[in-house]
Design a protein around this ligand. Structure first.
Ligand code: CUA
Length: 360
């Protein structure tokens, strides 16, 4: 009896493991589900996948059906039962070579067509945005008309949350300043590698306004690769125009509120050095481009590669010890643990946060 129990145990383990594995693929509310496309370009890719997958299922059922049929129909019926021995069959071999070749040729037609569509120049009136990967956050440089690659033609820069109008083609020009990243918003488009020294077109178009699509870096890029997220927010054309105009507004250093003045002084102080890395439009000292543009920080809901919700508490923890919050971050710690940077008291961090909270 013992060996029988063992054999029974042997089969349910792999079957359970397989079922668990399949079940992990199920989610009712998956924000990064490429199988729920929400725009023209992701739908094109999805349609191609559906077609290929359907053909694959048909082939699978036919081949497995024939296999199971042969196993049962021609099973060994007695100890001396031996099948008739065959050596080669030209007709059969031609058949199973020609049929797959035809299937592949048929799939190649829509595949190549889709590849050319995706690579085609954007339509007239498309919004042009340069997407720049940094360790570990995304920068967006908006262009007035078309992408030129000339920094002088950049109208404004923002970070992590890409804002686009509904139902308008958006031409993303993807590149990187350090290592290879990969820009990926599964419900809007496929992945596009962000390679230093190269700029590659990725087109997206979202159906509806008022949505926030999750995305993330999809190419291992060092310690905080998993913390390099992004969000694409869609708006009506009217709201988008309002947002655009707002991004052009500058901060007036003479109009800093009293309770943010101490934080402002710390921000521009060379001893602290925030302004060396960050730009705040309108503040002459703050023109750094190493870190995200903070001019309109409060128009975003997240920060640090969309990893944290933009709250005073989270900003406080971040300013105090960014590398502790996000390993490998270029933003240094200001808690005394890094001797090259100021050791700010909790009150001073609060003052900085109070100033950051005014950047609307
Ligand atoms: Cu950037 Cu992974």
């Amino acid at each position: 009896m013992q060996p029988r129990t063992d054999r029974r145990r042997q089969w349910w383990l792999p079957v359970t493991a397989a079922l668990v594995l399949v079940a992990t693929g199920c989610a009712s509310d998956a924000p990064q589900d490429a199988l729920q496309p929400e725009g023209e370009w992701s739908r094109k890719t999805h349609d191609l996948w559906t077609l290929t997958f359907t053909i694959a299922i048909v082939v699978f059922v036919l081949v497995m059906g024939a296999l199971v049929f042969a196993m049962i129909r021609f099973r060994r019926r007695s100890d001396d039962d031996r099948p008739k021995q065959n050596h080669g069959n030209t007709k059969l071999e031609l058949t199973w070579t020609i049929i797959p070749a035809l299937v592949l040729a048929a799939i190649a037609v829509p595949t190549v067509g889709t590849i050319f569509d995706l690579a085609d120049d954007p339509v007239d009136g498309a919004l042009a945005v340069e997407v720049v990967g940094h360790q570990f956050w995304w920068e967006y440089r908006y262009y007035e008309d078309e992408y030129t690659g000339n920094p002088d033609d950049v109208v404004f820069r923002t970070a992590n949350e890409l804002v686009i109008p509904e139902d308008r083609e958006v031409a993303l020009y993807v590149t990187s300043v350090d290592v290879i990243h990969s820009f990926w918003t599964p419900r809007l488009a496929g992945k596009q590698d962000a390679v230093p020294g190269r700029t590659v077109l990725l087109k997206i178009r979202a159906d509806d306004p008022g949505q926030r699509f999750m995305g993330q870096c999809a190419e291992y890029c060092a310690l905080s690769h998993a913390n390099m997220r992004l969000i694409t927010e869609t708006m009506t054309e009217g709201d988008f125009q309002t947002w655009w105009d707002h991004q052009l507004e500058q901060v007036d250093p003479a109009a800093i509120p009293d309770d943010a003045q101490a934080g402002y002084d710390l921000f521009i102080s060379p001893d602290v050095g925030c302004a060396t890395c960050h730009t705040i439009g309108g503040i002459e000292q703050a023109a750094g481009v190493v870190g995200p543009n903070l001019t309109h920080l409060q128009t975003r809901q997240t920060f640090a590669g969309s990893l944290f919700e933009l709250t005073p508490e989270n900003l406080h923890a971040w300013v105090q010890n960014a590398p502790g919050q996000k390993p490998g971050s270029y933003m240094p710690a200001f808690n005394g643990s890094n001797e090259n940077y100021a050791d700010l008291s909790s009150e001073e961090v609060d003052q900085l946060v109070a100033f950051l909270m005014t950047l609307e």
